[in-house]
Ligand binder design. Sequence first.
Ligand code: NCD
Length: 307
Amino acid sequence: MSIGLKNKHIISMRDLDRSDLDLLVETAGAIEEGRIKPDMAGRIAALLFFEPSTRTSFSFDSAMKRMGGETLLMKGTGSTSVQKGESFSDTLRTIERYCDIIVMRHAVEGAARFASEVVGLPVVNAGDGANQHPTQALLDLYSIKKTHGTLEKLKIGLVGDLRFGRTVHSLAQALAPYNPEFYFISPGFLEMPEHIKAELTAGGVKYTELKEVDSVVPELDIMYVTRVQRERFADPEDYERLKGSYIITLDTIKDAKEGMRILHPLPRVDEIAEEVDASPHAYYFEQAENGVYMRQAILSILTGAVK
Ligand code: NCD
């Protein structure tokens, strides 16, 4: 069943069709429930994080180790020969000889695609600049499937920095096959990029753009909140002007449907008040845990350990 994904790369959501998404979500569920126990003994994943990470790097690391596999974890280039002037492609062509799969995060958009063209192993994009973060979108799909029992016909609000936030680009594309109704809620300057909107329109997906969240809260099944991506701003003054332009409090969600769940890829800065954490609507730490099951599914399917 998973033959189609063996030895494939996951660089962009466009690399996956609906049957791939369904398979990954089902496999993550089977792994969490113990119905599938992938055996990765003897296999090594290189986790190359050229940009900071907590959840993505550690959940891939945890996923590999829970399956009996091992990891080579690089966080920053400080202790590597990149500091001596080694090129990106020479670094990759060396590391591929030490592992079975490469997971990579890089500040440059397209870096993971480039890596997939240089090496002969599956490459997984763990975030490339402001472009894509497909494995986050996959764990988000799995989280939504768990909270709502379906991915079909949900009303999803994406809130915050929709321009530089790579997670929302991937998530909008990931949900598109499931007949969603989107609300894109952001201050001016941080709107969803035109190319994503054009793709949704071409696929017949409905979206509404808004500047404030309050009026739409009672409609939502999922409120997906993101931080303003400070590191992507060319002008720090723009960041200063826009940071803190929306903060979700208990008051914001007082008219939410009972089943509405708040997701956030984390890290949070101040866009969700801590008082919301104890609310039954808050799901972001469970979401972070779901990352381990989804990344177990990704690693085991791409390496062929789960067939
Ligand atoms: C996100 C990322 O790196 O894009 N974090 C994550 O992987 N969970 C979101 C963010 O940094 O805001």
